[in-house]
Design a binder for this molecule. Structure first.
Ligand SMILES: Cc1ncc(COP(=O)(O)O)c(C=O)c1O
Length: 378
């Protein structure tokens, strides 16, 4: 079980019962950003992917801890502008006319995802330097959510790239390629090879089509193992060579934010049915959907709460595997399966570390209309 940092424990101990909160630590965000920056080759720009955690304080912290922000909607664009991000890149397969106009107005660099999107930008009277997002023919990189080398709605099929470039509307100037390929890659050597290949491919392709290449955007995908304290080894990334005159953009979300968040919920009930013991929580997958979405068991740490002044006896279990389940009326509301505990009591808190990324932000908050957690920013 992960040890909890003292400021996180102190913040959780101040919560009223029934406790339920996310704690975000801005110093952990800054530490992750500087660790990543130190591992990257010269001429690399780091943009934080806001989709991982769009809490305004997180976004504001990352706008200054990184070189800027990657956004994927008008809402995220708004957040990035308000956070004063020095650089903004706007991607995503379904941009509306209003979002395209707002992005150009804000000086954001657009990752254009289709020929039709390019036509719409020009028809709206907008002119801009753009990157084209490409779904390459055969990118082999491990991780989840493969987005290229396979049929997906993301980017322009490599086979159609020539036609798109040859028929690009006037007013649009291609300065680079966006090649985000995968999420949560835990293999640093494979990721470095993917980035190096993205650079080589971009140079060759730009030269074939007469593109004046300035940017290669290799996206995000730096991995974190949510079931342990392991993360991708960054060391191989420093070996990637970025040629003079080229800018490599990386836009990680998970790697930068995961370790800056803790989700804590109070145990409301303990019960055993058909031989399994369940801790029912004041929270669940409507606050933290990742384990259910990805089908894994997220480990917890117990924060014991010794005070007990309620007018009923206190249920407890000892030396038994416990399933941590939420307050929703679905058997899929499960955060953890069969984690052994020495002792767990109603009123104790379960604390889930590594929940700063894709936790609250990807969850179905309104299902059953339970109250939201508190958000504590350190
Ligand atoms: C285009 C793009 N960039 C960056 C990211 C961030 O990826 P990660 O959080 O895995 O680093 C994503 C995630 O889906 C993405 O789609």
């Amino acid at each position: 079980m992960a040890e909890l940092p003292a400021p996180v424990t102190a913040a959780l101990r101040r919560l009223p019962t029934p406790a339920c909160a996310y704690v975000y630590d801005t110093s952990a965000l800054r530490t992750a950003a500087s660790r990543l920056r130190a591992a990257l080759p010269a001429r690399t720009t780091v943009l934080y992917a806001v989709k991982a955690n769009g809490h305004p304080d997180v976004v504001r912290t990352m706008a200054s801890a990184c070189d800027g922000l990657e956004v994927a909607s008008g809402g995220e664009l708004d957040l990035a502008v308000r956070a004063g991000a020095p650089r903004i890149v706007f991607g995503g397969p379904g941009k509306t006319d209003a979002e395209l106009a707002a992005a150009v107005r804000a000086g954001a660099l657009l990752n254009v995802e289709s020929r039709f999107e390019a036509e719409r930008i020009a028809a709206l009277g907008l002119s801009a330097d753009i990157c084209l997002r490409v779904n390459r023919a055969g990118v082999a990189v491990t991780g989840s959510h493969a987005m290229t080398g396979t049929p997906t709605p993301f980017g322009i099929d490599e086979n159609q790239l020539g036609t798109v470039l040859e028929t690009l509307p006037t007013g649009l100037n291609v300065i680079g390629f966006h090649l985000h390929a995968v999420s949560n890659n835990l293999d640093g050597t494979a990721h470095a090879a993917f980035i190096a290949d993205a650079i080589t491919w971009s140079i060759t392709t730009a030269s074939a089509y007469g593109v004046n290449l300035r940017i290669v955007n290799a996206g995000g995908g730096l991995g974190v193992d949510h079931t342990s304290s392991t993360s991708i080894d960054l060391a191989p990334l420093s070996q990637v060579s970025v040629p003079d005159g080229l800018e490599l953009i990386l836009e990680p979300g998970r790697y930068l934010a995961a370790d800056a968040g803790w989700y804590a919920t109070e145990v409301l009930d303990l019960k055993t049915t058909h031989g399994r013991t369940f801790a029912v929580l004041r929270g669940g997958t409507h606050h933290f959907r990742l384990p259910a979405a990805w089908g894994y068991s997220h480990p917890f740490t117990i924060l014991p709460v010794d005070d007990w002044d309620r007018p009923y006896s206190r249920p407890a279990v000892t030396r038994t595997p416990v399933d941590a389940v939420g307050e929703l009326c679905t058997p899929r509301d499960v955060l953890t399966r069969a984690q052994p505990v020495d002792r767990l009591r109603v009123g104790d808190l379960l604390v889930f570390a590594r929940t700063g990324a894709y936790a609250w932000d990807i969850s179905h908050h309104d299902f059953l209309r339970h109250p939201a957690p508190e958000f504590i920013v350190l």
